[in-house]
Design a protein around this ligand. Structure first.
Ligand SMILES: *Cc1c(COP(=O)(O)O)cnc(C)c1O
Length: 427
């Protein structure tokens, strides 16, 4: 017997039993297509926490009242502002507090960390990544290889998919690592692929890569705030993520980085340095010699973007309140419900259209990538006109992310009803 029902009353009762349902009230919902849209794009741009404006407003006030004195005397002093995010960020990614830092933006952090951790030498120069990485990551890999005087065509290894399959089997990732062996310098995979929604087995990938002497990093843009992470225990060398997707810190928000403890005191690693990575004790004496701060902090370049960090604080408080365990438990049942509802939609529109799902059933976060075999763009647009915000990916994919922080079972039920109407009016 199925534990789900495709009815409004089932969705409402599931919401009534959801212990973290009230977190929804901590967010502003856009009004596109209806007064309060149904939002499934938290994988692209998270919603605005209600408290974000209070926290940003506080910094604007302190700046207006204190000017430069705010560095030390703001209610939340700007000089150590990134420290206010340390503990919650460490909890979020499973790192020790000194292993994480909030800084820069994602692609910048990938570059900075590759400067330190992609160190091609002799025949060990290849970078392995998943099929179809985010464009920015591919550009970063290719330009890093070129920076070392290598031909990106030889240095970059994009893991092939098996014929007729759209996601990877973990055994194939491990096999590719073993086959590359001592030619492999770096594995840098999207922990959750942005397109397929596939979650990778980061622990076994890290172990296999270390066994052949390679370094392992993960781009966690689609994993941070979506998947429980244990970066320290998994022994990952480094990671980077953005904060405007599942972390709800707003467009272009300040990003995050993780550097494993075993590298944190290694001042011999090459790095592109800036004054904020220097020991704060001596930072303002402007010493001529750079003395990196211990831990991930030593990779910082510039002083903290306080307004962006203020918005992130508002969101991280909610992650602390909910806890990744509860979010993840809700995520699994909400996304399973979405999967079930898509099956019910297929039943209702049989012979008219068919919705497939690329995302692997057992390796995923909240996102499902739906393949719409006919009129996908028109169906996406019809959903939007009905106030249901999803994400269109050419040529035939609609990404739908029911985010446990603010989506409900009712949202998912209503999505299914709207999808049936959209398919019927576009057939
Ligand atoms: C969203 C995303 C990016 C975006 O990079 P920015 O530097 O934040 O603009 C890069 N890589 C991946 C995998 C992403 O999902």
């Amino acid at each position: 017997m199925n534990r789900f029902e495709n009815t409004e009353s089932f969705a409402l009762s599931a919401d009534a039993q959801d212990a973290i349902a009230s977190l929804r009230d901590a967010f502003h919902f856009p009004s596109v297509g209806r007064e309060s849209s149904i939002y499934f794009c938290g994988n692209s741009l998270g919603l605005q926490p209600v408290k974000a404006s209070t926290y940003i407003q506080q910094e604007l006030e302190d700046w207006s009242h204190l000017g430069v004195e705010g560095h030390m005397h703001a209610r939340k002093p700007w000089f150590p502002y990134h420290e206010f995010l340390r503990e919650s960020t460490a909890r979020l990614v499973g790192g020790m507090p000194h292993e994480v830092v909030v800084m820069n933006s994602l692609t910048v952090n990938l570059h900075l960390l590759m400067v330190s951790f992609y160190r091609p030498q002799g025949k060990r120069f290849k970078i392995l990544f998943e099929n179809g990485p985010f464009s920015s990551d591919r550009y970063a890999f290719a330009s890093q290889a070129a920076y070392h005087g290598l031909d990106p065509k030889e240095a970059l290894v994009e893991l092939p998919l098996r014929d007729g399959e759209q996601t990877h089997r973990n055994e194939d990732v491990i096999q590719a690592i073993q086959d590359l062996g001592d030619s492999l310098a770096l594995v840098l995979i999207g922990g959750v692929n942005y397109y397929s929604g596939q979650l990778f087995d980061m622990q076994s990938i890290t172990k296999a890569a270390h066994e052949v002497g390679a370094v392992v990093g993960f781009d966690l843009a689609h994993a941070a705030g979506n998947i429980p992470l244990k970066l320290h225990d998994w022994d990952v060398d480094f990671a980077a993520w953005c904060s405007y997707k599942y972390l709800n810190a707003g467009p272009g928000a300040v990003a995050g980085a993780f550097v494993h403890d075993r590298h944190s005191n290694n001042s011999s690693l090459p790095r592109f340095a800036g004054w904020w990575g220097n020991d704060p004790e001596t930072r303002f004496t402007m010493p001529t010699e750079f003395i990196p701060r211990k831990g991930a902090d030593g990779w910082q370049l510039s002083n903290a973007p306080v307004f962006s960090m203020a918005a992130l604080r508002a969101s991280m408080e909610l992650f602390d309140e909910a806890g990744m365990d509860r979010l993840s438990a809700k995520s699994q049942s909400l996304t399973s419900y979405l999967e079930y509802v898509v099956g019910e939609v297929n039943h209702a529109v049989k012979g008219v259209n068919h919705i497939g799902i690329i995302t692997p059933q057992n390796w995923r976060g909240c996102q499902l990538s739906l393949v719409v075999s006919k009129n996908g763009k028109a169906i996406h647009d019809a959903l939007l006109a009905d106030g249901i915000i999803t994400d269109w990916r050419h040529p035939d994919v609609i990404r739908v992310a029911p985010v446990p922080m603010y989506n409900s079972f009712l949202d998912v039920y209503q999505f299914g009803q709207s999808l049936i109407r959209a398919i019927q009016s576009n057939s």
